[in-house]
Design a protein around this ligand. Structure first.
Ligand SMILES: *[C@@H]1O[C@H](CO)[C@@H](O)[C@H](O)[C@H]1NC(C)=O
Length: 389
């Protein structure tokens, strides 16, 4: 009897510990896998097979990077590609490990697995016409979507089926909205599970490459903005200020609510996972905690995206720090000086005091409860003031 109870609660723990993408959570963590960007060819920091990372409970979304050409589809997964075998009559390879691992990641570890299209080397420039884009989307769906009996298309992931697509273009592409919308149509009519579309614009607004898709033509579930390698990145964040000059999460939040076709789209804070993962924009410690707390104050905030998995695994403690920053109450980690406030308000919360609508729930010097009465959440209103709304 006791044993049964113990086992049941253990199972319960497992199911809550691993989570797929959750549109109503602001703590999703997405990390790109596939490019071995840390660059080791041997040793403990070389990119490992996908399932190795899926066993980590803090990750929720893993985009596989990249499908580097679309019209005559080609994949590149750096060293993971060495474990795959060429499929004759195509430019694709078949990866038995990915067929097994995608399924394990989804079924055992509850991960959302996307295929990311593009990357810095993508050079096809999109499609010559809208109808060429639709034809290409149908082909990509046949290759990576659910299997259809009698189909003879090459299937790099065998019977495994990804959970959607991510667009990461860094140069101008033509007719991409037609391609994305056709994928959306195919995903919507497939049923069986929820499929997602995401995009990875760079932070200067509007994004040059993904702009036509983001300008209201395509319905995205979430996007992750690359807040690195640009003047609007993490390195421009002013700690302790409720208004930001160059760091522009506010601009993207406004995009979500005004320009985006899907007004419920979530915006992730895209960050480098290690010092060398980007040319500029790597932040850690209390500065990163402040940036995450600030970004979390926007209602479109969906979590953090990191580039990339190999960099992250070589940066000991970084993933747990990000997860902890995401889990912290929005109002209490805004400035680095608020660590003591966090402690005090945690004990206030422990007394069970719930703050009513419009009541104060955070701000520098505030020592009261940070817990809002249902259904309100604590919304950042400046360094000195957060309230339940
Ligand atoms: C390649 O296969 C080996 C042997 O199964 C495995 O240990 C390794 O993790 C794989 N590498 C990648 C990057 O998938």
């Amino acid at each position: 009897m006791h044993l049964t109870t113990a086992l049941l609660s253990f199972v319960g723990l497992l199911t809550t510990a691993f989570a797929a993408y959750n549109p109503s959570s602001s703590s999703n963590i997405a990390v790109y896998w596939g490019q071995n960007s840390y660059g080791q060819s041997t040793g403990s920091f070389v990119q490992q097979r996908l399932s190795y990372y899926c066993a980590n409970s803090q990750l929720t979304v893993i985009p596989l990077a990249f499908l580097i050409t679309i019209s005559n589809p080609t994949l590149n997964f750096a060293n993971a590609g060495n474990n795959c075998t060429a499929i004759s009559g195509s430019s694709l390879f078949y990866c038995s490990q990915l067929e097994a691992d995608i399924t394990t990641c989804q079924k055992t570890y509850g991960k959302t697995i996307l295929l990311s299209i593009g990357g810095a080397t993508y050079s096809e420039g999109g499609f010559s016409s809208s109808s060429a884009a639709v034809t290409a989307a149908n082909n990509i769906w046949a290759i990576f979507g659910p299997t259809t009996s009698g189909s003879t298309v090459p299937r790099p992931f065998g019977t495994a089926v990804i959970d959607g697509f991510d667009f990461d273009f860094e140069s101008t592409v033509s007719n991409m909205p037609s391609f994305a919308n056709q994928l959306r149509t195919l995903m919507n009519s497939a049923g069986g599970k929820t499929y997602y579309l995401s995009a990875a614009p760079q932070c200067p607004y509007p994004d040059a490459a993904d702009g036509p898709m983001l300008g209201g033509a395509v319905s995205f579930d979430f996007i992750w903005v690359q807040f690195y390698n640009n003047y609007c990145g993490l390195n421009s964040f002013t700690v302790g200020s409720s208004t930001q000059n160059n760091f522009n999460f506010a601009t993207w939040d406004n995009w979500a609510k005004t320009t985006s076709l899907n007004k419920n789209v979530k915006v992730f804070l895209g960050i480098p996972a290690n010092t060398g993962a980007a040319g500029s924009g790597y932040e850690s410690g209390s500065t990163l905690a402040s940036i995450i707390a600030y970004s979390k104050s926007f209602s479109s905030f969906g979590g953090v995206m990191m580039w990339d998995m190999s960099q992250l695994w070589a940066n000991s403690g970084f993933l747990s720090a990000v997860a902890s920053d995401l889990g912290a109450p929005a109002a209490t980690t805004v400035a680095t000086t608020l660590q003591t406030v966090t402690k005090t308000s945690t004990s206030a919360a422990a007394t069970g005091t719930a703050v009513p609508q419009w009541g104060q729930c955070g701000g520098e010097g505030y020592t009261g409860s940070t817990v809002c009465a249902a259904p309100y959440t604590c919304v950042y209103g400046g360094v000195w003031w957060s309230s339940c709304q």
